[in-house]
Design a protein around this ligand. Structure first.
Ligand code: GLU
Length: 310
C-alpha cells in the first residue's frame, strides 16, 4: 500500500501573504489532498526582527479564504506551531549534533565572511571558507572573550543525490558546493535549516512542496535529517512567481498581496483558478476553487520556468 502523504505549509509570518506564497501553498495542498493526504501548518517565525503573531493569524485567515485548509497546527482548536516557541527542541537536536562532534563555534563577522575568498554556490550564496573549523581550544577561548560565536555544522566531503519531483535529479558535493553552515546565529536565534529539518522530521512530514529558491537548501536539510535520525521526505520545488526584471515576488509587491487582492473584490476562486493556470494545470484561466482543481492536479503538468506576473 502506498504510504500516506503528510504535506505542510511552512510560511514565514513576516508580512501579508503574496501571490507567490499562495501559489506554493495551493500546490502543496493539491498534491497532498489529491492523494488523500494530510496537511500541517507551521509558522516559521524564528527571526524576531521580521516576524509577528498578527501576520501569522492573518495568514491563516488568508489561507482559509482561498479554500486551503489544514489538519494540524491550529485548525479545529489544536495547538498552533510557532517555531519561536520550539527553541528547546532545537537546542536538544543541537546537543545531539554536538555529541557527534559535528558542531564548532564560528567567530567570523559578516565582513570576514565576505572577505574570505570562498567561491559562491550556484545560487550566489557564499560557501564558508572553514576559517573557524580547526581553531585550537585556546584560540576558541581567546576569541569567545571578544565576540559570541555562531554554531556551525561540519559537512563531510560527500555527494548528496536526490530526485526533485519537478526539477529532477540533483547532485551536489556537500563540501565543495554547500559548505559548513550555521545552525545557531551569534545572537542565539536558531537557523532555518536546523528548525526545518527537525520539525519536518518530528512532525512526520513526508512531502515538502515549496519555492525553487529553496532547492539549494535541500542537500543541507537531507544531511541534517540523516544525522538526526529522521527519514527523508520527498521534495517538489515549484517555480517562482516573478515581477518586472525577473525579480522574485516579495513582501514589497504589495499590489499582489492578499490584502490588496481581497480589497479589489476578486473572488477566491478567481485567485486559485489563476494560480492553477499559471502553474500549467489548466489550459485557460477560469475561476476554480482548490476543491474543483483536485481532479485536474498532476505534477507532470507543473511548469519549471519561473512565471512572470507583472
Ligand atoms: N518559511 C520558508 C518561507 O516562507 C519556507 C520554508 C520551507 O518551506 O522549507 O520561505
Amino acid at each position: 500500500m502506498a504510504k500516506s502523504i503528510t504535506g505542510r505549509f511552512a510560511p514565514s509570518p513576516s508580512g501579508r501573504m503574496h501571490l507567490g506564497n499562495a501559489f506554493s501553498c495551493l500546490l502543496a495542498w493539491l498534491s497532498a489532498r489529491s492523494a488523500g493526504g494530510r496537511i500541517i501548518l507551521r509558522h516559521e517565525d524564528l527571526d524576531p526582527r521580521r516576524c509577528r503573531r498578527e501576520y501569522a493569524l492573518q495568514l491563516e485567515e488568508d489561507l482559509l479564504w482561498l479554500g486551503l485548509d489544514w489538519d494540524e497546527g491550529g485548525s479545529a482548536g489544536g495547538e498552533r506551531y510557532f517555531q519561536s516557541s520550539r527553541r528547546d527542541i532545537y537546542e536538544f537536536y543541537l546537543e545531539k549534533l554536538r555529541e557527534k562532534g559535528l558542531l564548532y563555534p564560528c567567530f567570523c563577522s559578516r565582513a570576514d565572511l565576505h572577505a574570505a575568498s570562498a567561491p559562491h554556490a550556484s545560487d550566489g550564496s557564499l560557501i564558508y571558507s572553514g576559517a573557524c573549523r580547526n581553531l585550537s581550544p585556546e584560540q576558541r577561548q581567546a576569541r569567545s572573550r571578544q565576540r559570541a560565536p555562531a554554531l556551525r555544522l561540519k559537512v563531510p566531503d560527500e555527494e548528496i543525490v536526490f530526485s526533485d519531483g519537478v526539477y529532477g535529479k540533483y547532485r551536489v558535493n556537500l563540501c565543495r558546493d554547500c559548505g559548513d553552515f550555521i545552525l545557531r546565529r551569534s545572537d542565539g536565534v536558531h537557523a532555518y535549516q536546523l528548525a526545518v529539518a527537525a520539525d519536518d522530521g518530528l512532525m512526520g512530514v513526508t512531502q515538502v512542496v515549496r519555492g525553487r529558491d529553496l532547492l539549494s537548501s535541500t542537500p543541507w536539510q537531507l544531511y541534517l535529517q540523516r544525522e538526526l535520525g529522521f527519514p527523508a521526505p520527498e521534495y517538489f520545488h515549484v517555480p517562482l512567481l516573478v515581477g518586472a526584471g525577473g525579480r522574485r515576488l516579495s513582501k514589497r509587491d504589495g499590489d499582489l498581496d492578499l490584502g490588496a487582492l481581497r480589497a479589489s473584490g476578486i473572488s477566491p476562486c478567481r485567485v486559485t483558478g489563476r494560480l492553477a493556470f499559471l502553474a500549467g494545470l489548466t489550459d485557460r484561466e477560469e475561476a476554480l476553487s482548490p476543491e474543483e482543481l483536485l481532479p485536474l492536479f498532476d505534477w507532470s503538468r507543473v511548469k519549471k520556468e519561473d512565471i512572470r506576473v507583472k
